[in-house]
Design a protein around this ligand. Sequence first.
Ligand SMILES: [Zn+2]
Length: 389
Amino acid sequence: MMPISYAIDTATVTQYLQQMVRIDSVNPGLVTGAAGERAMAEWLYQVCMEMGLEVEFQETALNRPNVIARWAGSGAGKSLLLTGHTDVVSVENMPGDPFDGRIEEGKLYGRGSYDMKGGLASILGAVSALKAANFQPAGDIWLGFVTDEEYLSIGTDALVTAIKPDAAILTEPTDGRLCIAHKGFAWLTLTTYGKAAHGSRYMDGVDAITHMQHLLKMITTLEEKVFVDDLHPLLERNSVHASFIQGGLGLSTYPDQCSLQVEHRYLPDLQASEIIQLWQDEIDDLAKNVPGFKASVKLDFERPGYEIERDAPIVQTLHQAFNEVMQTEPDYMGMFAWLDSAILGRAGIPTVILGPGGAGMHSAVEYVHLQDVFDCAAIIAQATADWVR
Ligand SMILES: [Zn+2]
């Protein structure tokens, strides 16, 4: 069968992207009092309505709705979700108007252009190309525009309670590569316990801060000796670092407590429970060998990593669509940073990630390459048609 090519209306896609970048959707979880996703959600709702999709809001927090749109299939095919987040990070340190959406030499600038309104424009471009070609899906095509990816991902947490598509394409920026793996992370608090006493009473006091040195040393051991031996082909290695440290009562007092917050970033085959166990074993060991040593470990937050096999059907479909549209084989990658695909994966939705190229994610000057946005739209249109037909 000859593959059908879906023509992308580049002028409209550019307009969509420019309009989205001009909407302030800074995440209020990151910046107190920030605009949030409401205006973006209203804009997306309107565009989806105009395309003839069924659309609804799903509240994820006060004034922070997801937009869920559905192009109903005739019933026989597999369903597909095209998804991305509507929030952006802070505009601190950005010169000029961070939301101007100006275009220079094929690049569209502004906060969120690359991460990830460019990806959202690819989704809209893909669906409007299918509509323009009078495509008739057999399976449902879902669009999920979610809140809060840049903070706690309440958007995708809510989305997976509402719909159960057979697969998903997430359009986070991958510079045109197929991303099939990313790391998980865990935030832990380690606390050492001492005994408060007058600074002169060495016979009574136990110094909790000095005891923290053993746990700090454990970070170095993990980094230099343990994690270096376990390498993933796309994600390299596990890592851990200290984030905050706190403790002490006064200059002339033995500190009764010291707490250290650490962050682990780990490979998809590792679980937060195994990380905790690693620390618990070390604490038990130290308690046996260091006089007066007492400590605890507590998990504050975790998100798992994610990985999908290259021969998974959705990966194959996107691979072939890429090949047809770009006339070359795609490159594969893993993302060190965490993505919503872990939540989709945990909900049983096989997900692959593809988005446009650009620069300046979370930085002072951010832009996306318009040609990449059009290419991604064409690839996603082809993959969607192949999947749901
Ligand atoms: Zn993102």
